[in-house]
Design a protein around this ligand. Structure first.
Ligand code: MLT
Length: 255
């Protein structure tokens, strides 16, 4: 299945893969980078109002969508930036097609698979969605996605809620299943041979800073940027600090 593509600007490419249950709009704070780069923002199947992919659900199917998106955009290779679920997808993409990746920017993510408790929580959310209680799933996640400062900004809260509400029932069920059964990527870390930037909001409650610190120990030569005043959605919550870290990484590695 093809992802929905949103392209902006011109120059060296930079590809963005959103988190769950969000879409390309979560990168709105990065659109200012279009004055110097060609930005390719994806909506994976089932996100941003697009139809869910055909079963069976898997993170691998999302990784294949990223490849198809790059093919459609005529990109052989690019730096890839993914947040949380987007990071899980990029680990899978590294295992499948590393020659397409010139650098990885892994934001607010983790390498470990779901714990038994996390799998149970996904299952409970799937039950809620099947019962038509999608709203409860959104409400349950919202307060954990944002840091304290962001939660006091009603406009930002409304934007994130609106993004989450765009997801279809089928898209949510597909994603929850794919996330629940995703492979562990800890063993992949030491195998990554391109420049890696890890970014994490200091108030991230879903993939806390220690998950990024542990990835940094696992990826030789990787760089870690901690974003103040941000929770799990660091690029959206503090775009100034996020973009500065991203640009200095890209510049330092000539990307
Ligand atoms: C995300 O932001 O993509 C999700 O929090 C990932 C997850 O639920 O594991």
């Amino acid at each position: 299945m093809n992802p929905v593509l949103h392209t902006f600007g011109s120059g060296p490419p930079l590809v963005f893969v959103h988190g769950f249950p969000l879409d390309h709009r979560m990168w709105k704070g990065q659109l200012s980078l279009a004055d110097r780069r060609r930005l390719l923002l994806l909506d994976l199947g089932g996100f941003g109002g697009s139809p869910a992919p055909p079963p069976p659900p898997s993170i691998g199917a999302y990784a294949d969508e990223v490849l198809r998106g790059m093919d459609l955009a005529g990109l052989d290779q690019a730096p890839l930036c993914g947040l949380s679920m987007g990071g899980y997808v990029l680990f899978e993409l590294w295992r499948r097609a590393r020659s397409r990746i010139s650098a990885l920017i892994l934001c607010d993510t983790r390498a470990e698979a779901d714990s038994p408790e996390a799998r149970k929580a996904r299952q409970a959310n799937m039950e809620l969605v099947r019962d038509g209680r999608q709203r409860d799933v959104v409400d349950g996640m919202l307060s954990r996605l944002l840091g304290a400062v962001s939660l006091s900004d009603p406009t930002l809260v409304a934007e994130v809620r609106a993004m989450m509400a765009t997801m279809t029932r089928a898209g949510l069920l597909y994603a929850l299943e794919a996330l629940k059964d995703r492979p562990d990527s800890v063993g992949t870390l030491g195998d990554i041979e391109v420049p890696v930037l890890l970014v994490v909001g200091v108030e991230d409650a879903i993939t806390p800073p220690d998950a990024s610190e542990s990835m940094q120990r696992g990826v030789p030569g990787s760089r870690l940027a901690s974003i103040p005043g941000a929770g799990h959605l660091s690029p959206l919550e503090n775009p100034g600090a996020f973009n500065a870290a991203l640009l200095s990484f890209l510049e330092d590695f000539g990307l």
